[in-house]
Design a protein around this ligand. Structure first.
Ligand SMILES: Nc1ncnc2c1ncn2[C@@H]1O[C@H](COP(=O)(O)OP(=O)(O)OP(=O)(O)O)[C@@H](O)[C@H]1O
Length: 271
């Protein structure tokens, strides 16, 4: 499951990137068992798309990584750190809030609904967390935000407010905002679903650029097959809280083995 030396990822600096590993993860909501002893791993710098029918547990995986939900059983690893336990005095003890906050700070997330601060300028949306959470000096945060806005093609909108931007532009600001925290892992939850079809391409272009120019590990839940094809190097197909098939985007889209994958892809193409 790890990338091999022949993959493009091997050429990227790996020391800063973080892998992800789910080990026999169980998540229930009441009687509803959403994840059933789920095992999977994402190598540092890998870009993986999760696809599968509605309710198969994809968003729950991202929420568990953000520690917005806790596992009922099993362990989630971010690099060598567990989201459930930490070491103290040579013993494993339950993770405390400080441990989780540190791990959470390594993960950026972009949501379907942008979630920008409506009363702040685009520039402040991008600098707010670095200044107040990471305590980066304002001038340094503004300089970095300028570079990121340039990268997402919105340098000229720094003083605009979110309501003055298109959905695609708002989502590009949300990506710049997530990157401003220098995450080692970027989680993307249906980031193009709220966009008019003509605006999807500009967001995908930015994400492709992030994938090509950084070693950030990316985990993406999407119904947008172009993301899977253009940005990710591996696709995991979920059904009822388990992985039914995995492979390269090319393999999954042209020659899927599992009947549930074939069914899901037919349904998406018919939409
Ligand atoms: N906070 C919650 N409380 C109760 N049930 C929940 C909660 N969050 C998710 N679920 C249930 O868990 C299951 C998996 O949901 P999840 O959102 O992870 O699926 P998904 O694959 O991301 O679906 P979609 O593609 O529709 O977003 C669903 O049955 C959902 O109703």
């Amino acid at each position: 499951m790890a990338t091999t030396d022949s993959t493009p990822e091997a050429a990227l600096p790996q020391n800063d990137a973080r892998g992800i590993r789910f080990e026999k993860v169980v998540k229930r909501f009441g009687d509803n068992v959403v994840l059933r002893e789920l095992d999977f791993a994402v190598a540092p710098g890998e870009r993986v798309t999760l696809i599968g029918p509605s309710g198969s547990g994809k968003t729950t995986i991202l929420r568990l990584l953000m520690t917005l939900e806790r596992v009922d059983d099993g362990v989630i690893w971010l690099g060598g750190d567990s989201l459930s336990h930490m070491e103290r005095g040579g013993r494993l003890v339950p993770a405390d809030e400080k441990h989780l906050r540190r791990l959470r700070s390594e993960i950026g997330m972009v949501f379907q609904q942008f979630n920008l601060f409506p009363n702040m300028s685009v520039l402040r949306n991008v600098t707010e967390a670095p200044v107040h959470v990471l305590k980066v000096p304002k001038s340094e945060a503004a300089e970095r935000a300028g570079e990121l806005l340039e990268m997402v093609g919105l340098a000229d909108k720094a003083d605009a407010h979110p309501s003055q931007l298109s959905g695609g532009q708002q989502q590009r600001v949300a990506i710049a905002r997530a990157l401003a925290m220098r995450p080692k892992v970027l989680l993307l939850d249906e980031v193009t679903s709220a966009l008019d079809p003509e605006l999807v391409g500009e967001v995908l272009d930015v994400l492709r650029q992030v994938a090509e120019t950084t070693d950030i590990t990316m985990l993406c839940v999407t119904h947008e097959m172009r993301f899977a094809r253009d940005v990710s190097n591996r696709v995991l197909v979920f059904d009822k809280g388990q992985i039914v098939e995995e492979g390269s985007p090319e393999k999954i889209f042209t020659d899927p083995d599992h009947p549930r994958t074939q069914e899901f892809l037919r349904a998406v193409i018919d939409q």
